[in-house]
Design a protein around this ligand. Structure first.
Ligand code: HEM
Length: 562
């Protein structure tokens, strides 16, 4: 039978599947031949895995910086990488001009529907997941809460939580001393990631909605457990079959939930019950009039958001519903707890690995004595002093540069676009161009860590922890479009992190309290980085034990320990 008659025979015998086959064939022909993806003009590294492509390499903080440096040398700063299968191309821009364009045009480069659905299914459609008009309304109502004037009022509560953590560790040391008859006790091996995580939950709970989790003392608060279980389940499930299933078939996941989904639904129920009551009672006080609101004096982000949402000059169409407000509180809990605790954990690990830098920092911090804990004014003056300490500033920036808690992010082009470049891109056709086309639907990586570690901008020692670099930065870094000190740690452009200032308050305040009371040294275990939604510490070869960062914490006694 010839090809012709074979096709006719098949079409007559199986008309349905023949029609589907023909449509698919026409689509493939159209996509790849008549309208080939313009990204195919960009050079692509040849070392992709058949399934998974370059994605694992691009996401792995253990090797992505090395890989990217090699690719930039070979292919230039705008690279086409292979997506999850050989027919899918993605863009990896390491060019500051291209990245600035992508960050600025956040309405073209949106979060993918998959990541938005995943985030929404966990914490609702708050600022992190929303796009379009909904996003603008969220940002409009939430941004004033993060003004410096409002954040100043939160400094004392952050300071007090740092002190509480210090007191807790001292108490644990004293307890150990009593148990061992004084033989040991000045030192403890602590998973600092776990402990700082508890303190950060406390801080964000109070700052976000004036709620006392009391997690430094005990991990049994109902709301704390709900949030913690929910976030931990989401982290442990990331990339698993059940999480992919729940993204693509949310309805089926509701009807036949996996164990993980059941844990998440349970958490959501508790959060909705407890936190909704908080929203209602705060709202009633604000609506109750100026006097009631003054008495309530809510300095937390929720109170500020409710006030700005209830403002008489806000058009009705721009107001958020109570559910939207609650989604934003969940968003602050999700976006503001692990991020800060990881930033602090990595800083302490880096200081443990560089004892000379730790001692220098401690000397600077000890010169700024602690304030009178009972006076908010004194705590604020203390923070102002910390904010101006040059070496503390350098250490924070260097740690946030070297290990950004969010390694990278993913966007998808919502329409066709032309991306400018800093230097001409030489296409696979040999032609040099000042810009290149990108097709609607193309995935684009935002390499936060990649840009922070780029040797061409930061110098040959870019992969090392050198806080002093901040005193003589190379001119080249001014080209990098970061929202904070030319770093992409807090992203860039209109959708950069709203919590940046707050994070620095917590980092600096905690570092002062912890380093003037304790010395941090490395334990026997080797700690390595892994990207599990965020860049988290794991003990080498003990990935199954979960994220942890064991360090030896020793009491610092001025004069004796120096
Ligand atoms: C060291 C700490 C922090 C780091 C490194 C960090 C980093 C980031 C990054 C990289 C993004 C952009 C994510 C993306 O586009 O995919 C982001 C967004 C965001 N962050 Fe943070 N963050 C930190 C702390 C906080 C805190 C404390 C809060 C709130 C209390 C917060 C709230 C948010 C929100 C709401 C967004 C979404 C902003 C938008 O889309 O307009 N973050 N953060």
């Amino acid at each position: 039978m010839g090809f012709h008659s074979l096709v006719t025979h098949y079409a007559l015998a199986y008309p349905g599947s023949f029609a589907i086959g023909t449509i698919l064939f026409a689509y493939v022909l159209y996509r790849f031949v008549a309208e080939p993806d313009p990204l195919l003009l960009l050079p692509c590294p040849t070392d992709a895995q058949f399934i998974g492509g370059h994605v694992p390499a691009v996401l792995d903080p253990g090797r992505s910086h090395r890989m990217q440096a090699k690719w930039v040398k070979q292919y230039g700063r705008n690279i086409r990488i292979q997506g999850l299968h050989p027919w899918e191309s993605r863009l990896l821009p390491l060019d500051p001009v291209s990245l600035a364009h992508i960050f600025k045009n956040y309405d073209i480069y949106e979060k993918s529907w998959q990541s938005r659905r995943l985030i929404s299914s966990l914490i609702g459609c708050g600022m992190l997941a929303a796009e379009g008009d909904m996003y603008s309304r969220h940002r409009h109502v939430a941004t004033p809460s993060f003004s410096w004037r409002n954040l100043r009022a939160l400094v004392p509560l952050v300071f007090n939580k740092g002190e509480e953590l210090k007191d807790k560790w001292k108490e644990m040391m004293e307890q150990q001393m009593a148990e061992t008859g004084g033989k040991s006790g000045m030192s403890l091996k602590l998973d600092v990631c776990h402990w700082i995580g508890r303190a950060t939950f406390d801080v964000v709970g109070l700052a976000a909605f004036d709620y006392q989790f009391n997690a430094i003392q005990k991990e049994n608060n109902e709301l704390f457990c709900a949030y913690k279980d929910m976030f931990e389940t989401a982290v442990s499930q990331s990339g698993s079959f059940s999480s992919v299933f729940s993204i693509y078939f949310p309805l089926l996941d509701r009807i036949f939930p996996s164990a993980g989904s059941r844990a998440i639904f349970r958490g959501q129920k508790t959060i909705s019950r407890v936190a909704s009551k908080l929203v209602q009672s705060k709202k009633a006080l604000i609506i109750g009039g100026e006097e009631a609101d003054k008495l309530h004096g809510g300095k937390d982000l929720l109170s500020h958001m409710l006030r700005s949402n209830l403002a008489t000059d806000l058009p009705e169409s721009e107001r958020l519903s109570d559910d939207d407000i609650l989604n934003n509180i969940n968003t602050f809990m999700f976006a503001g707890t692990d991020t800060i605790s990881l930033a602090l954990t990595w800083t302490l690990l880096l200081l443990a690995r560089h004892p000379d830098i730790q001692s220098r920092l401690r000397a600077e911090l000890c010169a700024a004595p602690p304030p009178d804990r009972t006076s908010d004014e004194s705590v604020l003056a203390h923070y102002n002093e910390l904010a101006s300490l040059p070496f503390l500033n350098n250490v924070c920036r260097e740690s946030l540069r070297l290990v950004p808690p969010i390694h990278s992010s993913l966007r998808v082009a919502a329409k066709d676009d032309v991306i400018p470049t800093s230097t001409p891109v030489v296409g696979t056709d040999g032609i040099a161009r000042d810009s290149f086309h990108i097709r609607k639907g193309t995935f684009v990586y935002l390499p936060m860590e990649g840009m922070n570690l780029d040797k061409e901008f930061w110098g040959d020692n870019a992969w090392k922890f050198i806080p002093d670099r901040w005193d003589h930065l190379p001119e080249s870094i001014t080209a990098v479009p970061g929202s904070f000190s030319s770093l992409l740690t807090f992203s860039a452009g209109p959708r950069a992190c709203v919590g940046q200032r707050f994070s620095l308050i917590e980092m600096k305040t905690f570092l002062h309290t912890l380093l003037t009371n304790f010395i941090f040294t490395e334990a026997d275990e080797k700690v390595v980085k892994a990207n599990v939604i965020m860049t988290r510490p794991y003990v080498y070869h003990k990935f199954k034990e979960g994220s942890q960062c064991p360090l030896i914490v020793t009491r610092y006694v001025p004069g004796e320990s120096d």
